[in-house]
Design a protein around this ligand. Structure first.
Ligand code: S3P
Length: 195
């Protein structure tokens, strides 16, 4: 039997992954989720939605005021409610608050249409960035802020790691991070190429 007669093995069907319809940024306080998210959204021409901003709008109070007057548990309840609604928007770029992803089931529960991105930052960089706006982050205030930030980063990293894409949020600029996410999206979303 000549080579020509031999049936070529059937090529495995190539499955192109479905395009993403949403990008969700997660990571510790000060990792740049909101800044990178806003850059990315404007490059994509997609709406940008920020969990904390929506929480503040609904409560008519700042995050710090919610913590102070209603307590963290009330903030977390509002955060869950806002997140489940915002995570239905598409297309959209979303910035979560630093604590939202740090719970069992949160990132694992996202469907295939959501690209989750972890912007990784150390506790010391987070504290340094938070120092510019000391009122904004109640969990990074007080004399034990350093110890608390280190503990929270350590506790939360195992959850953040469940994001699909991990990026260095400490040394890269917001523009460069948005660009990396865009290039990543291009593989699944051909319409994104060239933006
Ligand atoms: C929090 C992070 C904050 C805000 C709240 C609690 C946290 O958002 O949601 O202060 O638990 O890490 P940013 O990550 O945008 O600062």
């Amino acid at each position: 039997m000549g080579n020509a007669d031999r049936a070529a093995p059937a090529a495995a069907p190539r499955r192109t992954p479905a395009p993403f319809r949403r990008v969700l940024l997660v990571g510790f306080m000060g990792s740049g989720k909101s800044t990178v998210g806003a850059h990315l959204a404007s490059r994509l021409g997609w709406p940008f939605l920020d969990f904390d901003e929506e929480i503040e709008r609904r409560a008519g109070l700042s995050v710090a005021e919610i913590f102070r007057t209603r307590g963290e548990a009330a903030f977390r309840a509002l955060e869950s409610e806002v997140a489940s609604e915002l995570l239905r928007a598409e297309p959209a770029v979303l910035a979560s608050g630093g604590g939202w992803a740090a719970r069992e089931g949160r990132l694992e529960g996202l469907g295939p249409e959501t690209l989750s991105v972890w912007l990784r930052v150390s506790a010391s960089a987070a504290l340094e960035r938070a120092a510019g706006d000391p009122q904004a982050r109640p969990l990074l205030q007080g004399s034990d802020a350093e110890a608390r930030a280190t503990r929270l980063v350590n506790e939360r990293e195992r959850y953040y790691q469940r994001a699909r894409l991990h990026l260095d949020g400490e040394n890269a600029s917001p523009d460069a991070l948005a660009e990396t996410i865009l290039r990543h999206l291009e593989r699944t979303n051909p319409d994104v190429a060239g933006r």
